[in-house]
Design a protein around this ligand. Structure first.
Ligand code: NAP
Length: 309
């Protein structure tokens, strides 16, 4: 077996600690060599204040994984690619479409891997749903994605700032699954964005999309849900209904549960990153971010009560 590839992690926040660090420990093809975070350190792992310091101290690092907020990630990714490192981006891959396209072009020019990861696409039942829907006639899709922002994003200000996406930060996970499982492209038709009077980004959104052949795709995103959380995608088609629950971890076909699996999304992402590097390939699908951008382009904006964390 070849030696594991040395990887550096940038941005030691909620998702880095909860998912990236443990998933890397369970990925034999990669080795966490160091972290870079302005205000945090990881016990037992060399920790640096920023990406430049980390790369200078660790020439052996071949790949960098960015777990920082989308705003500012472009500069980090650009620096890492210029320094000859492969790059994995958390979702959403950037704060704008154009910046990610520039990164993809740079990676291609340098012969490096750029992986714009979509963790929800790596949920256990997503590929099975895609297989079931391949060639299906889609009649209607309903997405219900409702969670408690105070629980999942405690004290995070970047999610409310321009480029932070607001409720589309979780909503884009649903869109990443939608655009993976449907056999046809989807486009945005209308959106209603509910924006707290003291914030820049929506706390809730209703979006109306359609498949290329005109089937309605309705989505409801809401960050004000306390109690049980809901991450469902229901697809009506020319056959038994497909229902993905819990963000794609559970699959029901015609009301009968077919898959219920533990969360291994980030292990799959890192295995895929290692495969892409070995194959000399990139994976940059901007479709979910395009849908969000179109929701902002078409969205009617309604001011709602102020949000206090
Ligand atoms: P977070 O808890 O705020 O962590 C991000 C870390 O990045 C911070 O701890 C901070 O560490 C560093 N950072 C660098 N520049 C920053 C800036 N300008 N503002 C704030 N922090 C900055 O965020 P997160 O929830 O881990 O999310 C990071 C990315 O992962 C986002 O793109 C998000 O969509 C994605 N994600 C999050 C979740 C989740 O449940 N939270 C799930 C899946 C994906 P230092 O201050 O030490 O530099």
């Amino acid at each position: 077996m070849t030696d594991p590839l040395a990887l550096g992690l940038v941005g030691l926040g909620v998702i880095a600690r909860n998912q990236h660090v443990p998933s890397l420990a369970a990925t034999p093809s990669l080795r966490l060599a160091a972290v870079a975070s302005r205000n945090a350190a990881l016990e037992g792992t060399p920790s640096h204040r920023d990406l430049d310091a980390m790369l200078a101290a660790h020439p052996e690092i071949r790949a960098v994984s960015l777990c920082t907020p989308p705003q500012g990630r472009f500069e980090q990714a650009w620096t890492a690619l210029q320094a000859g490192r492969h790059v994995m981006l958390e979702k959403p891959p950037g704060a704008s479409l154009g910046e990610v396209r520039s990164l993809a072009a740079l990676a291609a020019a340098k012969g490096l891997t750029l992986f714009a990861s979509w963790h929800s696409r790596a949920a256990a039942a997503v590929e099975a749903a895609r297989d079931l829907l391949s060639g299906a006639e889609i009649r209607r899709v309903e997405i219900t994605w409702k969670e408690d922002v105070r629980h999942w994003h405690p004290g995070q200000e970047w999610i409310w700032s321009p480029g932070g996406l607001g409720v589309f930060d979780p909503g884009i996970n649903a869109l990443s699954v939608l655009t993976r499982i449907l056999p046809q492209p989807v486009h945005m038709r209308a959106a209603l964005l509910e924006v707290p009077a003291n914030k820049q980004a929506p706390i809730a959104a209703r979006v109306s999309m359609a498949t290329a052949s005109g089937a309605p795709v309705e989505a409801e995103f809401d960050w004000r849900q306390t109690g049980p959380q809901t991450w469902d995608i229901r697809v009506e088609r020319d056959g038994p209904e497909i229902l993905l629950r819990e963000g794609g971890a559970r699959l029901f076909v015609g009301g009968v549960e077919k898959i219920a699996a533990a969360d291994e999304e980030y292990r799959r992402l890192y295995a895929r990153f290692a495969e892409l590097i070995a194959a000399g390939e990139s994976d940059v699908d901007l479709t979910p971010l395009e849908l969000v951008a179109d929701a902002f382009l078409l969205g009617e904006r309604r001011l709602v009560e102020e949000f206090q964390a």
